[in-house]
Design a binder for this molecule. Sequence first.
Ligand code: FDA
Ligand code: NAD
Length: 429
Amino acid sequence: MARAFLYAIVGGGVAAGYAADEFVKRGVSRGDLCIISEEPVAPYERPALSKGYLNPEAPARLPSFHCCVGTNGERLAPEWYKEHGIELFLGTRVISADVTRKTLLIATGETIIYKYLIVATGARALKLEEFGINGSDAANVCYLRDLADAEKLVKVMQSCTGKTAVVIGGGYIGMECAASLVINNLNVTMVFPDSHCMSRLFTPKIARYYEEFYQSKGVKFIKGTALTSFDFNSDGKVTAVNLKNGSKVPTDMVVIGIGARPNTALFEGQLTMEKGGIKVNSIFQSSNTSLFAIGDVAAFPVVTVAGETTTTRLEHVDFARKSARHAVAAIMNPEKTNEFDYLPFFYSRVFTLSWQFYGVNEGEVVHFGDFSGKTLGAYWVYKGRLVGSFLEGGTKEQYEAIAHATRVKPMVEDLGELEKQGLGFALSL
Ligand code: FDA
Ligand code: NAD
């Protein structure tokens, strides 16, 4: 059977939820839009999975964190889609796509015909097997990408209270999950190959602040080495991790966060790809003019600090939300839609800590604030201009100030003076 829609969205994550909201705000007609999602639930705010969802007390559960509560917008529960005549195909994988014929084959065997397609398939967690290590399917080995992963993690964690956990990876998932495991009363060891945590973003000095905080909560760090294999018991459960440095760490459970890869497989060979994602222009249109890509899967144009145009991908929720709104604007009101002008924004919350980052972490770094206290940060200065700002423990006003400062890219003549002024520099602009 074939069904025809003016607009179809493949993928039902953050970007899909915000795109649906924007379609409705712009007056989409009933029956014109469908969303096809492999997940069995309506679009939700994925960041909740590594934070509120893992709380031992009063954990966040759907429907409380459906999109768009993450930006204080309306909560789009499944009934909302019904009310607005948007068809949700949930628990339904898109099996193949033909961008020339403008058709999708979905797992129910139906064909979806579209005029415009938005690809919002996000990314998948990298598996250990891709590094030649077996064990991802063990009952006490957890990943964290979707709701099913989060449900498994909670179950495994609750059955291990008071016991030990090893976290593989020192990036976003590793740091956020390690904190949640501690809050759930597990003894945590983190293992990663880099010399410090969050190495893609943090300077060694910033990383030291967080690592010392984690250590004060009992977390142990094993850095500069990687997992080589697991030991299993007769039930197939992992009992220890073996590391490249020759050591063995006994454990009751394992959490893996070793990076993500965009879900592009449906469109390989049909669209131009770059940086591992679907290459789009400044209105998120791909090499096929009827097809737009948003969120983690989109490789979009940016002007670098050196003034050159390049292509980048961002795997963060603020970009997913804003790229979604922009693409829908471009589809529904092309003549009124400008180029996407975006200031990158990332954040995280762990324990009682909370940080925000704006811009890019390129050039010389100037740290400021009290690294033995609660409010500290850093600026990145490239060729005399402020291009990036990081702040831990700020107030709303202070975060707005660093965001503004990074957007206007002021000249910085004296790095020593910038260090002395610290947060005051951003607040004075
Ligand atoms: P997203 O992954 O949200 O959605 C993709 C959807 O497509 C999924 O529902 C998937 O099942 C579906 N799909 C894929 N292939 C399909 C197919 N063939 N057929 C049908 N459906 C298909 N960022 C941040 O800035 N701050 C934060 O605190 C966090 N925290 C955080 C926690 C955790 C646990 C994760 C995993 C990620 C974050 N992030 C984050 C990152 C942020 O959540 C991420 O950038 C956005 O979810 C990206 O939104 P997308 O819609 O692009 O993908
Ligand atoms: P990441 O890229 O942030 O971190 C990967 C970590 O794994 C790094 O520490 C890296 O050194 C380590 N690593 C890589 N290969 C390894 C190996 N073979 N063995 C051991 N360690 C290895 O990726 P992630 O933490 O897995 O996050 C996945 C996705 O989720 C990303 O897209 C991220 O942006 C997103 N996310 C974002 C947030 C946030 O923005 N607050 C929170 C959670 C997840």
